[in-house]
Structure formats: C-alpha cells, structure tokens
Design a binder for this molecule. Sequence first.
Ligand code: SAH
Length: 223
Amino acid sequence: MDPIPPAPVDTEEFRRARQTLVERDVVSAGVKDPAVLAAMLRVPRHVFVPEPLRRQAYDDHPLPIGHGQTISQPSLVALMTEMLGLTPRSRVLEIGTGSGYQAAVLAEVAGEVYSIEIVPPLAEAAARALPRAGYERVHLRIGDGWLGWPEVAPFDAIMVTCAPENVPAPLVAQLREGGRLCIPVGPAGATQELLLLVKRADGTLERKTSHPVRFVPMRRAAP
Ligand code: SAH
C-alpha cells in the first residue's frame, strides 16, 4: 500500500493569496523585474512564518519569527531583490537569514545563494523550512555576518537584512568589481537608510539610491 502523502506545502488558497499580494502590493511598490515577480508568486511565504501566523503570511507586513526578529514585508523583499539586478548566473550572499524567506526568493532568481545568521535557533529553523519549501541548495552558515563568508567570495551581490551603523569593510572586500550591495545603514532603533552601493574598479563604492527603512540592528558576535 502507498504511504499516506504528506500534507501539501502549498494550496490553491495560498496560491491565490500570493497572486493578490503580488498584484496589489508588490507591483504597486514599483517592482517590475519579471523574474522577481515570478519568484514572489512561487515562494510559499507561509512555510517561513510561525504556524499561528500562517493566515497572515500573504499580507504585506513584517511578522515576528521569534528571538525578537521579524520576517520582512514582502514588497520590501521584492524591492531589495530587484535592486541587486540578479541573473541565473549570479552568486549572492545574504546577511541575516532569519526565517529563510528572503533566501528562498533569492534562490528563485540567482544561481547560488549563501546566507549567514547569528542566532542559532533561527538558522536551524530556516535550515528546515528551506528544503520543505523546495529550496535544497541554499548554503547556510551560523556566524557573524559582519565578517562575510570569505572562503566562497567574491560575490556578484550582497544583501544585508539587518542594520549595522556603517558599511562592514569585509563585505565590500568580498564584492566583485561592479558588484552590488544592498544594505540598511544607521543607528539601532531609528530609521535607517537603505543604500544600493556599486563597487568601482578602485574598490570604492558608488551610491546609487537610498530610501528610509526600519530593520532590526546588526548584532556583533562576542569577541
Ligand atoms: N532576511 C530575513 C529577515 C530577518 S531579520 C527573512 O527573510 O526572514 C534580520 C536577521 O538578521 C535576524 O534573524 C537577526 O538574527 C540577523 N542578524 C542580526 N545580526 C546579524 C549578524 N551580525 N550576522 C548575521 N545575522 C544577523
């Protein structure tokens, strides 16, 4: 006899809710890249939020994921992904895995995704959620993202989803020439600036755009 199939990860109801989210909130936030819109339609965000909040997974809001952290608002996830200008050949590094949702969206549009999380139980939950949602190939590491992931650098793009007070030098060093860095910078507990920076041939950064956002602060590992 066939084993009983596991409960489906996705349902028609969740798919419809994603369609509405994309049409109503993501497109109106200004996101145009078809690959990013397709990713937003595909990634089952409900798999990445705590069970009691599943019904709210397709509202355009951040949600608590435990340990004082949040999964970002979907339209912002889409905007930040679009800012990186990814292609199926891009290698991308994310700092702040959190729930794993942003990493899954990156995995839909980029070739290789690396993500670092400093809170071990969050990293472990993301390591379970990602394969459950169909993303087996995201590389995860527990550690201080300020330091980046030098062993696998350089990256075509780096996305930081927690806010340091200034741009971490190791991340700039691990970006290839012409590579893009999307990062919220500013003091903890205040509005930060979301910067898009492009690395010039001389190693300096060109600032492309900036807009106000509010992210959780980047923590530093104890020395
Ligand atoms: N991208 C996440 C959003 C997570 S919120 C998602 O899609 O769900 C920001 C995350 O950054 C939190 O999980 C927090 O623990 C983590 N973080 C804070 N400081 C960090 C650091 N120095 N290195 C790596 N992760 C960090």
